[in-house]
Design a protein around this ligand. Structure first.
Ligand code: ZN
Length: 418
């Protein structure tokens, strides 16, 4: 459905990169960080001309240090223009002197998750990443409707989270015919109410999926008759009808109905990360349940299994915020890793100078780099031929992985005896 599929790991890295960019600030709160969005099809020579113009203007900026910082940022982009290619989704470029680096940093996203709409050039105290965040949010958005005569539920799957948008009960009475003279008239009344109700639900769907939560595709589930009455209703917008990817016979509405639909649809929807993640996690639970020895969890056990080449698929929760600080002693050069959460990392950096080196006992330690736990597992997975899947915490299975199974689990090729 989308032109190019990112793996869950690539998507995770892109998210991480965007988050890092979002957190950056200019070196002295000056409006000198350059954000540049280039739509697909734009001639890069036009962009070069724009940047040269801006470079000319930068010399007029009153505050000299800001003017110089803007010029430096522009030059760092200009020096790379000849190597850039404008791809099918356009380009997003960020450059400027940041507070953490105290020198010019340059970042280019040459494969944005969606098409860049308008050319944008901004100088500000921060990088403008909202546009990229929006693209990530809309990528792969799938609409879900389950409907019967009793009610309808509307939801989306966005990346890998299920979002319930709306639930509506109907006012259509059940069809329990009592017979007698008026039975036919009552029956016709009920049919009119039903038709009116399906029309209202069609309007709700139009508003939700064409305006409020634009989707790439739509799946619909319900009992045979009901969902056909809904799908054939003239109020359902033709643009939404065109997005219908598949229709399923299911017996319920509400969250139960949505679960039933996702189960039935799992093979068709394997492209959607949530469905894929759910399948992997269910397989993991199954193997745990039958005690096959082919499912394990926890950092230490999985590292061992990776070293033995036993891991087929590694499930890594995006909720794991553990990082490692690489610490080095300036006196004796000893290096070691210290585990920390992302949030506590700045505290680790400041307190480590007061610790004695485990080797030479001098207070000469400092943090020389930050490593994410996932980077370590990614390296080991590549070496061991395992597939690493990042599992979102936006759905129930993802939360169970994080809370009950430490956030790291693996499916093995063969059982491993310790
Ligand atoms: Zn030392």
């Amino acid at each position: 459905m989308s032109e190019k599929k990112r793996t869950s790991l690539e998507r995770y890295h892109l998210k991480q990169k965007i988050r890092e960019l979002t957190n950056k600030e200019s070196f002295n709160q000056s409006t000198s960080l350059v954000t540049l969005y280039i739509p697909p099809g734009t001639m890069l020579s036009d962009i070069t001309a724009l940047l040269r113009d801006e470079l000319g203007t930068a010399t007029n900026i009153k505050d000299k240090s800001t003017g110089k910082a803007v010029s430096d940022a522009l030059r760092s982009i200009l020096s790379r223009m000849q190597y850039l290619k404008n791809g099918e989704n356009g380009l997003a470029i960020f450059a400027g002197i940041t507070a953490d680096a105290q020198k010019v940093e340059y970042f280019a996203i040459d494969d944005p998750p969606g098409k860049v709409g308008i050319k944008t050039y901004v100088c500000d105290v921060m990088f403008h990443t909202e546009h990229l965040e929006q693209m990530l949010a809309q990528e792969d958005q799938l609409g879900i409707i389950v409907i019967d005569r009793g009610g309808a539920s509307f939801a989306t799957i966005q990346g890998s989270s299920l979002n319930m948008l709306m639930e509506r009960k109907s006012n259509v009475p059940g069809k329990h015919s009592k017979g007698g003279q008026s039975a036919g008239r009552i029956e016709r009344g009920i049919e009119l109410l039903a038709k009116e109700y399906f029309g209202r639900m069609a309007r709700v769907a139009n508003g939700l999926y064409l305006e409020d939560h634009p989707i790439k595709a739509l799946v619909v589930g319900g009992p045979a008759m009901s969902k056909d009455d809904f799908l054939q209703h003239p109020f359902l917008d033709y643009r939404l009808k065109e997005k219908i990817y598949k229709v399923y016979d299911i017996g319920y509405t509400g969250i139960v109905g949505i679960r039933e639909l996702l189960e039935k649809a799992e093979n068709d929807l394997n492209d959607y990360s949530m469905v894929k993640e759910r399948n992997l996690f269910q397989k993991f639970l199954e193997e745990i349940g039958i005690d096959s020895g082919k499912a394990i969890y926890g950092e230490a056990a999985i590292k061992k299994a990776l070293e033995m080449g036993a891991v087929e698929t590694l499930l890594f929760s995006e909720g794991i915020e553990r990082v490692h600080g690489r610490i080095k002693c300036a006196n004796c050069n000893k290096e070691f890793l210290e585990s920390s959460t992302e949030a506590d990392f700045p505290a680790l950096q400041s307190k480590v100078s007061r610790f004695a080196c485990p080797k030479c006992k001098q207070e000469t330690l400092s943090v020389i780099s930050k490593e994410y736990l996932i980077d370590e597992f990614e390296r080991m997975s590549i070496e061991s031929g395992a597939t690493l899947e990042v599992i979102s915490t936006g759905h129930e299975d993802g939360m169970i992985l994080l809370k009950t199974f430490t956030g790291i689990a693996a499916l093995l090729r063969f059982p491993v005896n310790w």
